[in-house]
Design a binder for this molecule. Structure first.
Ligand code: CMC
Length: 392
């Protein structure tokens, strides 16, 4: 027996100390290792942000080159994994495939599963950062019946991912540099977000000593839900379902109706009660990408813009401090790039992997670390005697 604090949804419990990411939800502020997300999105690039999150400081030129070289060396997956992919149904959701394949990495990379060995932890980190784009792209290629495309190590991280998704052996594919930049920015904006559901899942899984591949697979599984990373897919599907600007009021009314479970996807956040700073950058990126691709009259986009305008002026959304979040705009960019909605959450997952590993490494190297073991308030039956089946 004991007295426990009851905190459903963990709205007021800090589960750990961390030096990685800082969020001030009232100010709409997000810092990675102290650096504002807006500055990183404008001046940095994804692999530099990975280094920063993993190591705590920005790299000098030599450290950056070594890091890039190391990640690049690990971009291919074990050839036997191709067969593992082929065991899935072609119409499997790429997230389902990723949960399986990433979990299965522990069956392929035995030399980086010993969590007590710092060197093995390091190698596992590189492998995960390097291979997640390859795995996500393979899941996509498999789902559309095209051959897997091997990584190209002469390309940057984001450009290589686009290459693996959109190239086919039959003709050359040149990654448009502006799209690679936009993809890189999406990755940076998703790289970490402190103790959200999937990150807490990774930490909890890791606290038992489970290997890093198993922990990241757990994170991917948790991310999939529509209240979390699955919101980007759900948001675009919602915009399509609304279909035209004149139907927006109907959906706004549904979102406000207490008896209707419908929510405006891409709106609201547990921590941000002011604008999501990632959404600001993402919105600007969306405008740039659509301009670049000459997309102006896209009906989904028109619905998105009008929905945003109406919701930002509506008393319900204003009083509950529900603003568009990062997922509201990312889907618009990804759709314009040619990704099907089923790839939106895998792209979130591959971008967040570095945050998960950074948090996992921090957790595992904390000498005061103990297994995560939440308590509960038991509300079930008191002790009672077993009743024979004929007497029930
Ligand atoms: N549409 C309509 N009403 C909403 C919405 C929404 N999107 N979000 C919250 N509310 C209402 C909710 O009904 C509740 O009303 P009341 O106080 O009258 O009961 C109030 O606002 C507070 O909502 P909550 O569910 O207690 O808030 P939460 O902090 O537990 O949930 C959330 C946060 C993000 C899960 C929620 O806002 C939501 O479901 N949003 C839609 C899904 C989404 O876009 N998720 C992505 C989040 S950002 C990226 C990520 O984390 O992966």
């Amino acid at each position: 027996a004991g007295v426990f604090t009851y905190d459903p949804g963990f709205t007021s419990t800090a589960a750990c100390e961390s030096t990685i990411t800082y969020i001030d939800g009232d100010q709409g502020e997000l810092l990675y290792r102290g650096y504002p997300i807006e500055q990183l999105a404008e001046k940095s690039h994804y692999l530099e942000v990975c280094y920063l999150l993993l190591n705590g400081e920005l790299p000098d030129r030599e450290q950056m080159e070594t890091f890039e070289r190391t990640v690049t060396r690990h971009t291919m997956v074990h050839e036997q994994m191709h067969n593992f992919f082929r065991g899935f149904r072609r119409d499997a959701h790429p997230m389902a495939t990723m949960v399986g394949v990433v979990g299965a990495m522990s069956a392929f990379y035995h030399d980086s599963t010993d969590v007590t060995d710092p060197r093995q932890r390091e190698v596992a980190s590189f492998r995960l950062v390097a291979k997640l784009p390859t795995i996500a792209a393979m899941a996509y290629k498999y789902s559309i019946g095209q051959p897997f495309v091997y990584p190209r190590n002469d390309l940057g991280y984001a450009a290589n991912f686009l290459h693996m998704c959109f190239a086919v052996p039959a003709e050359p594919y040149h990654v448009p540099p502006e799209l690679a930049t936009a993809m890189d920015r999406i990755m940076m904006l998703h790289a970490d977000h402190e103790q959200n559901a999937s990150t807490s899942t990774v930490r909890l899984a890791g606290s038992s000593g489970a290997n890093p591949f198993a922990c990241i697979a757990a994170g991917i599984a948790c991310l999939w839900g529509p209240a979390h990373g699955g919101a980007n897919q759900a948001c675009l599907e919602m915009l399509r379902q609304i279909g035209s600007v004149d139907r927006i009021p109907e959906f706004i009314a549904r979102a406000k109706d207490k008896n209707d479970p419908f929510r405006l996807m891409g709106f609201g956040h547990r921590v941000y009660k002011n604008f999501d700073p990632r959404a600001k950058v993402m919105k600007q990126s969306a405008d740039e990408v659509l301009d670049l691709l000459g997309i102006h009259n896209n009906p989904t986009l028109q619905v998105a813009k009008e929905l945003e305008r109406i919701a930002l002026e509506d008393d319900y959304f204003v009083s509950k401090k529900l603003y568009p979040n990062v997922d509201f705009y990312s889907g618009i960019i990804l759709e314009a790039m040619g990704f099907p909605t089923s790839m939106f959450t895998p792209i979130f997952a591959l971008s967040r992997t570095v945050g998960w590993i950074s948090q996992w490494k921090e957790m595992i190297s904390d000498p005061s670390g103990r297994i995560g073991r939440p308590r509960q308030l038991y509300t079930g039956a008191p002790a009672r005697d077993y009743v024979e089946v004929d007497n029930r």
